[in-house]
Design a protein around this ligand. Structure first.
Ligand code: NAD
Length: 479
């Protein structure tokens, strides 16, 4: 059952009451109110800062084994409670229950990966010029961190930051997504039961701008991590830059998909329809600009349309549903405007194009062809269930078109020709490139962008880099 959700500060839950302002959490499938969410004011933020500061004084000296044990416990608890976490996530975020369950189960692996890697945060000895000197390089936790995570993958985005901060020996204040808070609240509870001391992880909700500017400005905070839109990311990076604070940013993208003539059309269409309509297209690495070789484009479009028409849209709690609602009304308004702009610019609408009548934020799976490259659809991240398709004839030219935007998060290529695959891998400007399958986001592989899509990787061997400072110690051991 969906219940009121509180702030979590210094190991205590603070639920909505007459002293704590709150907002409603709404089910995007039905527009019904699910519960109340407590919102933080300055007093709560000060308490969270104080708790995180005091906890850091202890947690920074915890053993790697102790931190690893907490993260392993987190992994085990998540797996045993995955069904109930997923059901609540479907209610507030909207994604189909099977997708929510897959997100929770898969993301338990982030805790396991961080549990393993935190035992390998090695320093090194550097041979000194003077034999009486010992030179060591050590890694230290950066300090109190603040993080801001979005509503599209509430569990995934939050657990990555929580595990990396806690595993490195940092403490964290995380502002979760007000629109889909249940999965993040579940995580805070799980970390506590896994043995994480009070104050190491604090959770707040409320006015995003007020919270982020207050926390980033605080001298207590040493590092800022954000996942969300490029526009907000730039604001937060500027605030952090004014105080020279460490920053990692996982921002939006507009992933190009290049399908070469040698591709297996049916296989590629199955994969792309599945990837595109997952989470109603609200995925930062969603395939979103489709360039198909002119020799196969007619066959590709026919095949893709056939598969798109079978995507069943509905309430995520219905097991027949393939695609749930958009998480909030803003996404529908934005998407509708982007589609209308494309049509005005001369694009052809082959499927969908508008919201589904009735309650809920449902949008039709949409396919457009011949979308001018200067239309908003080809310039801005659509973040919705829409496939814009354009033909290409020359691989080098289409790679240049793919690279022409300021984004650089993910890119996809399909070809049965090894030389073409090598050209795609070498030429595409993106932090993550997937060829002939959809293979991004594993715990053991780095996740992050280049260009305006951000900096700093989450996951992979790089995952702790953002949460550690490098300190060089030179010691004269004999006089
Ligand atoms: P938004 O940029 O206002 O919000 C995105 C997330 O950032 C939300 O969770 C929000 O609470 C948070 N946020 C907003 N302003 C903030 C601030 N000043 N300080 C701290 N956190 C803040 O936009 P939106 O309407 O929710 O989504 C719009 C677009 O953002 C989407 O269409 C998409 O392009 C992008 N987005 C990207 C991701 C991602 O995974 N990279 C996730 C969500 C949204």
């Amino acid at each position: 059952m969906y219940k009121d959700i509180g702030l979590f500060i210094n190991g205590e839950w603070i639920y909505p009451d007459s002293n704590t302002p709150c907002i409603d959490v709404i089910n995007p499938s039905t527009h019904e109110r699910l519960a109340r969410l407590a919102c933080a004011d300055v007093r709560h933020l000060d308490d969270a800062l104080q708790a995180a500061r005091l906890a850091f004084a202890q947690w920074r000296f915890s053993s790697a084994e102790a931190r690893s044990n907490v993260l392993y416990n987190v992994y085990r608890i998540i797996l045993s409670e995955a069904e109930s976490i997923a059901a609540l996530m479907t209610l507030d975020q909207g994604k189909p229950l099977a997708e929510a369950l897959a997100e929770v189960r898969f993301c338990a692996e982030h805790a396991k990966w961080h549990a393993e890697e935190c035992k390998r945060l090695y320093g090194r000895l550097v041979p000194a010029r003077n034999p009486k000197v010992r030179q060591s390089v050590v890694k230290r936790p950066v300090g109190v961190c603040c993080a801001f995570t979005p509503w599209n993958f509430p569990f995934n985005q939050a657990i990555r930051k929580m595990c990396a901060a806690v595993g490195a020996g940092c403490t964290l204040i995380l502002k979760g997504p007000e629109e889909a808070p249940s999965a993040v609240a579940a995580l805070a509870d799980i970390f506590q039961r896994a043995g994480l001391p009070a104050g190491c992880l604090n959770l707040v909700w409320g006015n995003p701008e007020q919270i982020s500017s207050y926390l980033i400005d605080s001298p207590v905070v040493a590092k800022v991590s954000f996942t969300g839109s490029i526009a907000v990311g730039k604001k937060l990076a500027a605030l952090a830059g004014a105080k020279m604070k460490r920053v990692s940013m996982e921002l939006g993208g507009h992933a190009a998909v290049i399908v070469c003539a040698s591709s297996n059309i049916d296989k590629v269409c199955t994969l792309l329809v599945d990837a595109k309509f997952r989470n109603a297209g609200q995925i930062c690495i969603s395939p979103s600009r489709f360039f198909i070789h002119e020799s196969i484009i007619d066959e590709f479009v026919t095949c893709l349309l056939e598969k798109t028409r079978k995507v069943r849209v509905g309430d995520g709690m219905d097991p027949q549903t393939k695609m749930g609602p958009m998480c909030n009304e803003r996404q529908i308004t934005r998407l509708q405007a982007i589609i209308e702009d494309s049509l005005a610019a001369g694009a052809n609408l082959l499927a969908g194009g508008s919201r589904v009548d009735g309650p809920g934020n449902f949008f039709q799976p949409t396919v457009l062809t011949n979308v001018p490259l200067d239309a908003r659809m080809m310039q801005e991240e659509p973040f919705g269930p829409v496939i814009p398709i354009n033909p290409f004839s020359d691989l080098a030219t289409v790679i240049a078109v793919a690279n022409s935007l300021p984004y650089g998060l993910a890119a996809y290529g399909f070809s049965e020709d090894r030389n073409e695959c090598a050209t795609l891998a070498e030429g595409l400007e993106a932090g993550m490139i997937s060829l002939n399958h959809y293979g991004l986001g594993m715990p053991e592989t780095p996740f992050g962008g280049i260009k305006e899509s951000g900096y700093g990787s989450e996951g992979g061997a790089e995952t702790y880099d953002n949460y550690l400072s490098t300190v060089f110690i030179s010691e004269l051991t004999q006089s």
